[in-house]
Design a protein around this ligand. Structure first.
Ligand SMILES: NC(=O)c1ccc[n+]([C@@H]2O[C@H](COP(=O)([O-])OP(=O)(O)OC[C@H]3O[C@@H](n4cnc5c(N)ncnc54)[C@H](OP(=O)(O)O)[C@@H]3O)[C@@H](O)[C@H]2O)c1
Length: 224
């Protein structure tokens, strides 16, 4: 039985590289993208992760199809003006919608598909791509809206891991490294293909012992 993985924001950057890598490994990829740019696998376009209707439309099309792994990848850096002393609050709100609220809504939308996979394979998995920039024990303050949105999604995913443990659905938070994408920029130190391969490994190795953990793409534990 082929395994199925659903990825948000799969049209470019880490999401696209992850979809391509997973396809090469024989995984059925369901790629959610905003605009069709030839994403990997089976592409559903017009899916802004902040839009409930678009997510519900995809869920209706998938029906009871099992999803073994859901990857919350879509994310934004947030507004130009984001300091604690001068904040673009509308931009901050939007960053929270994309980086924090949407991952939880995506999980809730596709929970029936995850449960179907769990019934078939004994386990299903959720991975959210977060960032070390959200760590609480790290007092740097640049891009604070982005940092806060990732801190908050980490907390949500930790709580989700607790709430889904009894259902054998594992939840992990993964930092992709400083990856060369539009967000990471040209000076980033990690090739996007290496980030994707690492995330893929971290995702599929996740089990009920490692649920609720935060790791980097190479598998080193990250402190919250
Ligand atoms: N690159 C790094 O160094 C780095 C480090 C730590 C964490 N991360 C995280 O890794 C994830 C992927 O980042 P990346 O480096 O690949 O960034 P990227 O190159 O900027 O790509 C971002 C992806 O997210 C999608 N996206 C943004 N807003 C969306 C929305 N409202 N609805 C649906 N899709 C949306 C984009 O789709 P469109 O093409 O439609 O805009 C694009 O596919 C993000 O969560 C990011 O925070 C990245």
């Amino acid at each position: 039985m082929k395994r199925t993985m659903l990825i948000t924001g799969a049209g470019r950057g880490i999401g696209r590289a992850l979809g391509v890598f997973a396809s090469e490994q024989g995984i059925d990829v369901i790629a959610l993208v905003r605009a069709h740019a030839g994403g990997p696998g089976e592409v559903f376009d017009g899916v802004d992760v902040t839009g409930k209707d678009a997510l519900d439309r995809v869920a209706a099309m998938l029906g009871d199809r099992p999803v073994d792994l859901l990857v919350n990848n879509a994310g934004i850096i947030g507004p130009e003006r984001q300091s604690t002393l001068d904040m673009d609050f509308d931009g901050f709100r939007h960053a929270l919608e994309v980086n924090t609220l949407a991952p939880l809504r995506v999980v809730q939308t596709f929970l029936p598909n995850l449960r179907a996979a769990r019934d078939r394979a004994g386990i299903a998995r959720i991975v959210t791509i977060s960032s070390q920039m959200g760590r609480m024990n790290y007092a740097k303050s640049d891009r604070i809206a982005y940092r806060a949105s990732k801190t908050a999604v980490n907390k949500l995913m930790q709580g989700l891991a607790t709430d889904l443990a009894a259902e054998s659905i594992a939840v992990r938070v993964v930092d992709p490294g400083w990856a060369r994408t539009e967000m990471g920029g040209p000076d980033a130190t990690v090739k996007v293909e290496d980030a994707a391969a690492g995330i893929h490994a971290r995702a599929w190795e996740t089990d009920m012992d490692s649920t609720g953990t935060f790791v980097d793409y190479l598998g080193a534990e990250v402190s919250w």
